[in-house]
Structures are given as structure tokens and as C-alpha cells.
Design a binder for this molecule. Sequence first.
Ligand SMILES: Cc1ncc(COP(=O)(O)O)c(C=O)c1O
Length: 398
Amino acid sequence: MTKTVIPMIDLAAQHAEIEEELLQGFAEVMASGRFVLGEPVTAFETELAKLCEIRHAVSCNSGTDALWLALQALEIGPGDAVLCPAFSFFATAAAIVRVGATPVFVDIDPVSLNLDPEDAVRRAEATPNLRAVVTADLFGRIADLGPLERWCRERDVPVIEDAAQSIGATDSDARPVGARARVACFSFYPTKNLGALGDAGALVTADTALAERISSLRVHGESEPGVYTSFGLNSRMDALQAVALSIKLRHLERWTRARRQRALHYDALFAERGATPVGVPITEGALALQTPAPLTEPGRHTYHRYVVRVAPERRDALVGALADEGIATEIYYARGLHQQPALAEFAPREPLAQTERAAREVLALPLYPELPIESIERVVGVTTRVLAEPPAAGARRG
Ligand SMILES: Cc1ncc(COP(=O)(O)O)c(C=O)c1O
């Protein structure tokens, strides 16, 4: 009997559900003859600003461009240092290097997997040319700024929030994404919780002058028709993407609830089988798996990814056993940013212990709004069966 494949995400299922709405929207764009910026893009920006309860949203071509535009609009460049977490997607740090500034890597809090605010303050104090802080909200959980928020406010150091993975989330003080930052950057890469049908991104900010600079920089630095006052990018959103995003935005709340429900179902099933949430001491005989740390209300985790932690010497075997059963997994991220060859020159002298440990332990399991509940039961069943067996002799020590 062939086993049903369980993918990480099923965009075909998502699009089948809204196909008529999408096709109708695309037909209107084709009839209009306007494919770049224009009314559909402005309409999407308005809806995004409303969702984030913030004054301005400016769209662009990707989350990567959004980060570059934020840094460039804040006039950060050569000679400046910018703090960022060592555990994130490459673009979080690459954008800093692309504007000519120096990334200063901060270790992570092992519970949230986001930047450790205490370590951030320590490194900020030791960085005289610090001009900005980039935070990343990994896997749908907003980074807790703790003492860093006040430190930045008192020195007027802007916080740039890499919110590529956290649309629809709220922090532990019930503030939506972007609320504490000078500017927040979104990615609408197709696999994101709100995904376009190609590349797309956006920024949100309450700062009107900053929003104007970003709007100019996304069209080469044009400040009025035909007048160019700086060097920007060609990073305009396509009308077809804006239409798709506006349609999908109407379904986002329902999809987020479905993700949360599935993540909590994983948590409950794993707990029944002896797993421990991250942050809770592991007792003798517990399953060698830690579920994501729960975020208490009013905080809202949107579970862009459902990421568990397993003992490093068991991870390869578990990935292999799940693959044999047709179950996809991914490792986000297998190395810290300071361990990436392109960023090695910015690595601190001492190890970033929590980042490096997380890189050896994390494993993302399938999670998407349409994921059948029986699939979750199968994933948990295979995972616990493999981890309950004694490790194979010679299993690699992490
Ligand atoms: C944390 C983070 N930052 C930045 C990006 C870059 O976004 P994009 O792929 O839209 O350029 C991504 C998306 O992959 C991301 O996950």
C-alpha cells in the first residue's frame, strides 16, 4: 500500500479553495492593462496598514528588498554597525551588509528562538557606532525586546522588525506586529502565512517622512515625476500580486486559526507521549523531543512553522525515518548566520552558544491550514516511535 505523502505545505489546496476569486481578480487586472503599482497595489497597502493598526504600508518586491529599503531610508551605511540575531534567514543580515554596514550578531533566547534582549543590550553597550537594531520574529512569534526597547528609545536607535514570518501575530503586551519598531518588513514569498503567487514584500511604519523616503527608494529614488534625488531600487509590487494578496488577506484570520489549532494539536499529542515544552526542565524518561514554548495570551503565535527540538544525535535518523514514511521535514536553520561563509568575517570571537545549539536541534514538521488532523497523528506517531527506540549505535553526536 502506498503511503500518503505529507508535505510541509500544500499551496495547491489553498488556491483550489479561492480559485474563482483569484481568477476574477486577475481578469480585472488584465482588462485594466496596468500591471505594476496602481489601484490594486494601493488598495492592498491600505488593507495591510489596517491589519497592522499602523498609519503607512508601502509595498515592494520582496522581504529582502523591504529590509534593504528600511536600512537605506534610515540612512544606515558604511561605518555603521547594526545588531541582528544570529539565528534567522540569511536576508536578515545580508541586507545590513548590502547597505555597507556591519552586522553585530546577537545570541538567541533558547525558549523563544528570537534574539536574547539581555545579550543584545550587552553587545549594544560595546558597539559605539551602533545605528540600528534588526529583530526577527521567527516562526510566527514576535521577538520580545525586554530591556532593549528602552535602551533603543533612550538613545533614539531605530528598531527594524523583520516580520517576514509574523503577519497577524501579537506580542506579549497585545501589540500587533510593527507596533514597537520604527519600521517592520514583511515577505509575501509564496510559502509565508500570507503568500503571493511569486515574490512580494512590504514595509509598515507610523513615520510619515520615512514612508515617503521608502516610497521614493522603491522607484529608483524618484521623489517627483521624472526627478531622482537618491539611488534606490526597482522594487515595485505587481498588480496581479496585489490582487492575490488582497484576496488572501480576507482569509488570513481563518488560516491563522487553523494553523494555531493544528500546532496546539501537535503540542497535546506530543505531551501525551512524554514530550516537554521548550523552557520546562526535562525529567528522567521523557521523550527526547521538545515542543515549541507556548506563548500565553494576549500574545499570539501564528505558527508560520512548527519547530520542535530533538537531541542532535537523533535528528538525522528521525528525518530519515519520517522521509521513509513520506513525511517532509525542514531544518530552519542548520547554521547560525555567523557560520555562513558569506558572513564569517562578522562572526564574534566567542561562540554564540544558544544559536549554535539550536541549529543542531531544530526540526520543522509539516504545518499548514489545510493539513488533515490524521496527518498530524501520523507525524506524531512516527516521531515518537523513532525517538522511543534506543539510538542506533554510532549515531552522530551533535
Ligand atoms: C526572516 C526572514 N527574513 C527575510 C526574508 C526574505 O524575504 P523574501 O524571500 O521575500 O525576500 C525571509 C523569507 O524568506 C525570512 O523568512
